[in-house]
Design a protein around this ligand. Structure first.
Ligand code: FAD
Length: 445
């Protein structure tokens, strides 16, 4: 194998280019959009996003972790804001571990530039993939500026072209290719929370901020300039939805009622709310993630998930890490075998993180303000601290380890059952740290 075509120069496609260039392949990356390092375009989707352990593991393997970590802001826990403006901090980890906020455009640009340092990598911009001949690993791209079509044949095509992948669209036509796409009933809208006039942060930088309001929430994630990107996640229709909060008066009433302490932080919140678009959230599942020895899917092209665990990109980076490990183990003589193993290993994990992410939406918008949930976190934290080999909270498994997502999900079901029994015990709020509770729990595992 010599030549690889990567369709899509987003976060995952750019990392794939770096990884595979190291192996000496000739890499051509075709990206539909202009070069985001040269134009003032948004990098799409959210302005910033969370990179955590799995993402860093993938960066570390190829020596990029340290450099990329420098452009992140760590968050050590959730800061919840109630409607009275009270704030409560809940650490993510009893070991002081953090998740890291990073600019999407900044990270994407940095990865592209790192990949381009290899002589055997070329990026082509404004090139939209129009069709793929799977059997021959041939793609046709159309240049937005010139209108010209280019046909490219290589040994392997990597579909890294996101949730609405053109590569996957060809695979869908194959017999026995499974595919589903589902929009959830919530969407999102971003609102910028600037730094104060003197440049200092208006919110605690070390936390991810949440205003949980059951059916909807506001979330704030720090940027390097001491500002925060706020995101309202809420229903498209019905009470307190994007459909019903539409006028200046309605926006003011909505903020005054639900996010009163955010108002002084965002002088132009009404303009932003009215002018910034609301975007949809989609879940895509498919199987298999490859075609023979010729084509593979990575990142959102294989598994678009809702963003509530902040794992979409992390999972995509893990795809590349796992593929590279398979190349280490099996070489590239029999790519059909490697792609088969890649697909079989990753697909159940893609499904699991899709489920886990939906589950975390409920936790973030709703449960974080629920006393029972907070009590459960305390109990789990105590057991984890005293018996780390036997019990690890789900959040830690997902965010701070490389445990397979499918295994984490299976453990979570078991943990839910046990914790339901514990929380039903009389007077549990006063005896939650009694060693007998831990003993009961550990006996159930
Ligand atoms: C609101 C929101 C918040 C999120 N927060 C997080 C988070 O905190 N942490 C996290 O890990 N994940 C998060 N995600 C998920 C994350 O954004 C995605 O998982 C990640 O962007 C996937 O990267 P990708 O490269 O696979 O796809 P994309 O980022 O979608 O990149 C695909 C690229 O392919 C290009 N392309 C598309 N079609 C074609 C074509 N036909 N021809 C050529 N090029 C094409 C696109 O222009 C794009 O550059 C969030 C998502 C959303 C919506």
């Amino acid at each position: 194998m010599k030549n690889i075509t990567i369709v899509g120069g987003g976060l995952v496609g750019s990392l794939a280019a770096f990884y595979l260039a190291r192996r000496g392949y000739n890499i051509k990356v075709y990206e539909r959009r202009p070069d985001l390092r040269k134009t003032d375009i948004s990098a799409g989707k959210s302005i910033n996003l969370v990179i955590s352990h799995r993402g860093f593991t993938a960066l570390e393997k190829v020596g990029l972790k340290e450099e990329m970590e420098k452009i992140t802001v760590p968050a050590y826990g959730r800061m919840t804001h109630d409607t009275e403006g009270n704030q409560n901090f809940y650490p993510y980890s009893i070991h002081g571990k953090a998740i890291h906020s990073v600019s999407r455009g900044g990270l994407n640009a940095a990865l592209m530039s790192k990949a381009e340092e290899f002589d055997n990598v070329e990026f082509f911009f404004d090139e939209k993939c129009e069709s793929v001949d799977l059997e021959n690993a041939t793609c046709v791209f159309r240049n937005y500026k010139t209108g010209e079509a280019t046909t490219v044949t290589s040994d392997l095509v990597i579909g890294a072209d996101g949730a609405f992948s053109a590569v996957r669209a060809e695979m869908v036509k194959q017999p026995r290719f499974n595919y589903s796409q589902e929009y959830i009933s919530a969407g999102y809208k971003e609102i910028h929370i600037p730094a104060a006039a003197d440049g200092s942060p208006q919110l605690d930088l070390k936390a991810l901020h949440i205003w949980p309001r059951k059916e909807f929430m506001l979330m704030g994630l720090a940027n390097l300039d001491n500002g925060f990107t706020g995101t309202i996640f809420g229903p498209w229709e019905g009470e307190n939805s994007f459909e019903t909060v539409q006028t200046e008066e309605q926006v003011e009433a909505y903020f005054k009622k639900f996010y009163p302490d955010a108002i002084p932080l965002i002088p132009d919140y009404k303009e932003q709310y009215l002018n910034n678009p609301a975007s949809a959230l989609v879940i895509v599942r498919c199987d298999p993630w490859k075609y023979k020895n010729k084509v593979m899917l990575v990142g959102d092209a294989a598994h678009a998930i809702v963003p509530f665990y902040g794992e979409g990109m992390n999972c995509g980076f893990e795809d590349i890490f796992v593929f590279d490990n398979l190349l280490d183990e099996f070489g590239d003589q029999d790519m059909g075998n490697v792609l088969d193993k890649y697909s079989k290993q990753r697909q159940p994990n893609g499904n699991a993180i899709a489920d886990l992410s939906l589950r975390n939406f409920i936790e973030m918008r709703d449960l974080v303000a629920d006393p029972n949930f907070i009590l459960r976190k305390k109990i789990e934290g105590k057991i984890y601290k005293d018996h780390p080999e036997q019990w690890m909270p789900l959040y830690s498994q997902v965010k701070f380890t490389n445990i397979q997502y499918a295994d984490a999900l299976a453990t979570a079901h078991k943990q839910d059952e046990i914790m339901a029994e514990v929380l039903a015990m009389p007077d549990i709020e006063n005896k939650w740290d009694d060693p007998k509770i831990a003993e009961f729990v550990l006996n159930k595992i």
